[in-house]
Design a protein. Structure first.
Length: 122
């Protein structure tokens, strides 16, 4: 085996690994959903819609703002908790999130510690 061929064989795994890095998509590469677990027109709309617009400008991707009201925020929160954990579905909520964990008379359909990850305070 010649030196050139041996070098090529040794370099092949490194080249294959680096090729994968070049084919990965950058985040975000598609629209992001922002779920508000309350009806339109409330305080979270007044905060969330300008935030979504600023995110759209900064990230260069549309932010789909969805109101998913019901059950004191549990329905919209469940939508986010069961979404793919890929960063493309966000929840903007209130203190009722903690209240639901502590005082809900029925078990929540999601585990807040396991199914949701905090990103930031607004």
């Amino acid at each position: 085996m010649t030196v050139c061929r041996r070098t090529a064989l040794l370099a092949a795994p490194a080249l294959m690994l680096s090729a994968g890095a070049h084919t990965e998509e950058t985040f975000p590469s598609r629209p992001i959903r922002m779920i508000v677990p309350f009806p339109p027109g409330g305080p979270l709309d007044r905060i969330g819609r300008p935030l979504a617009e600023a995110m759209r400008t900064t990230l260069g991707q549309p932010i789909v703002f969805e109101n998913r009201a019901g059950a004191n925020g549990i329905i919209g929160t469940q939508v986010v908790a069961t979404a793919a954990p890929d960063g493309y579905t966000l929840l903007i909520t209130t203190g009722s999130f903690v209240g639901n964990m502590l005082f809900s008379p029925v078990p929540l359909p999601y585990d807040p510690a396991r199914d949701l990850q905090p990103v930031t305070l607004v």
